[in-house]
Every structure is written in C-alpha cells, then in structure tokens.
Design a protein around this ligand. Sequence first.
Ligand code: SF4
Length: 300
Amino acid sequence: MEAIIYKSPFFSIEKGEQAAKALGVKYHIIDFTEDILEQIQNPAHGLGKAMNPCIDCHTYMIMRAGELMEKWGFDFIATGEVLAQRPMSQNKQSLGVVARCSKYEDLLVRPLSASLLPPTKPIREGWIDATKLPAFSGRNRTPQIALAKQFGIKDYPAPAGGCLLCEQQFGNKLKDLLDHEGPDADRTNIWLLKTGRHLRLAENIKIIVGSDEADNNLLEKKAHPSDLRITCPDVPSPTLIAPKEINEEQLQTAAAICARYAKTPAGEPARVQITTGTNSRIISVMPMHPDDVIQFMVVS
Ligand code: SF4
C-alpha cells in the first residue's frame, strides 16, 4: 500500500504527510494544480458556495490515482471518504457520480463506508474482507476516532477543512485573477493569492501589499524579478510589489497606498523607495486616506 498526497496552491499537504508518516506508509506528492484549475474554470458539476468544484475535484483525484495505480502496478484505490460526511460532495449520489466519472468505479473502495455502498471488485472478489469494514455515515467523527484508538493511532490531524477554494474571500481573489489573466494565469500569481492585500489599479495592474513580516518576506522571495518593490525606508513599512507594466501615475498611487499601510506620521509627505532590479529611486507622496484605498481592493 502506498499513499498519494495531492498538492496545489489551495490546500496544504501537511496533514496528509503527517498522517502518512504516522502510519509508516510510503507516500507520493502529486502536483494537482493544473487539474484543479481546469475544474475551477470548467466545472462539469458546478461550484460549491465559493470557487470549490468539489465533485469534479474528487473525480479527478480518483482518476489520477487510478492512472498511477495502473502505472505502478497496484490493484485498487482506497479513499478516506465517508458517506454523508459532507452534505454536497459526499452524499450517496455524489459519491456515485465521482466513482463513475473517475473511470475507476469498480476498482474504488471507500473502506470507512464500504458496507453502505455497492460492493466493488476488490470486495466482490474477496481481496478485502468486507466483514471487517465499518459502516460510517454522517458528520459525527466519534466512530472514526474510536476506530483509530482501536488501532492504537493517537497522532492524527484534526478534521478541519482547510481548502481555500471554499472561502468566499479567497474565491473572489482567484476569480479576479482568472477574469483578468485567463486560463493561463501566471502560476506564481496564483500562489501569491494567499499572501497580503490585493489591490487592482487597472485592468492589467494589480499590486500586492504585505500584511505582516512573513508576507513581506514571501513577497520579496516569490515576486517576479521584473516586479517593482516599493517600501517606505524611514519607518516600519510593508513591502508592496507591482508589475513592470505600471505607469508613472499608477506608481504614484501605489506609493501612496504603501505609505498608507506604513507607520508614516499623519498628514505629512512620506519618502517611498521604488526598486526595480538593481535600480532604486525615492519619491515623496502623501499617504492615501484609508477610505480612498477601499475602491482598489479586490476583496475589502
Ligand atoms: S474542498 Fe477543495 S480540495 Fe476538497 S474536494 Fe472541494 S475543491 Fe477539492
């Protein structure tokens, strides 16, 4: 048995890795970014409350797992899905749709709810002893916790969601990016959606302002080499990044926004440093009033 952990900008691999390590299972980290972006933009079964294409996402996770199963010579796929644990994506109908659309329906086992679902080949053929499989259903995790205890498993991740696609604000930022950059949206820009405040100055000009030191460091590290870095050098300041296509007027606006978030003295002009590669210059601007910043925010 080996585990597959999917990776994307929208959810962390941390819990999967933690669980696989605790169980001593060999695992593979598979980049799922292109698959999930395709499903977000063309969701055959629609989106959830935000930008989450859960049914198609599950389908593709199982389809990719099936392809790897064949490639690596395994016999079947098992998932941790539980019937009715999530009202939309794990009800009986959705589990059926996912199984059928994945193309690996008959080689898919959901062990935790297996006794409540139609038996697939691994069960029919006796590869798995069906009498040992539980019949978990619903949102109550107590039976799963009790089963873990029975197997002596104490160290398992908390059952929290954690997918950014289900969050409305993140969904709005992603939609804004895809609306402006299209399906080929720069992948670094997608990863950067998790970082800082996003403000759009024009159709093709979005700036990002770090919200804290961690954001600032990440922006410095991950931004494109051609991006402009903007800071207020005299006071504690966020890092602001802007694309190289920004014009002078927009640059003045970006500098005023940077000064608004820096600890600049009220009512005084602020010195703002603009760096492009090895070139740097200083301009002086009045910090923008917080009320005036709101119009630019992708998510306010
Ligand atoms: S919550 Fe996120 S990762 Fe999970 S199925 Fe939905 S879109 Fe995919």
